[in-house]
Design a protein around this ligand. Sequence first.
Ligand code: SF4
Length: 244
Amino acid sequence: MADEPGLIPGIYIYCDRWCERCAFTSRCLQFRIEAEDLERGNALQNFDAMNLKFWQEMGKALVQAMRLIREIAAKEGIAPYDLQKETVFSEPPESLQRDAREHPCANAALFYAGMVNEWFAAVDELSEAEESLLTHPPHTLEEPIEVIRHYQYFIYPKIVRAIEGGLSKKESVGIESDDDVCGTAKVALIAIDRTLAAWSVLYGEYLAQEDSTLSILLHLDRLRRSVEVAFPAGRSFVRPGFDG
Ligand code: SF4
């Protein structure tokens, strides 16, 4: 099966493991093995095209999210310079660098996962619906909430893995050259981008939660920039199939 034409070698190494939303299932060996159904080639291509459209729409939402964050910053009186200063979580003390889980980026990612739970719990508390918004969203918000749920606990382990990779090479984080470190950091960055886009869709939908939605957006934006600083080669890493 690995010799089949059209398959992209190694595409599954730096993906987000969200096969249901992947635009490359028909070209992924991992998926084909798991699907164990070689007859579904055409169906998979249609499925991929649909998912490609989904992520193109989400890409537009990210552009809007960035605009929204700039507008919010202006409204809240956060000058661009101050925002820039806030982007980098402080460098960890030397002793903490032995443990990637205590790196500020990792802490911020874990903190974000908790913010999500708090946000949804607060919405549920005010809602008269019997089901939780997180598991039973209204039709119009199904997709952004699906994105938020998928990446809620995905970002933290990816960041920890990238930091561990950097530390294991006895390089200070920020000077990484290892492909696995860069590829893992890139996947984390993409997950943050998509999550930001999804939250920007929710912003304004729940007025009582506007402040906490704003906090999440700003927190994620800072985390995104911090990861970019910690892994400067992460963004430009070319993942097989997805980026080149
Ligand atoms: S590349 Fe796509 S289909 Fe393959 S394992 Fe990753 S998410 Fe799933």
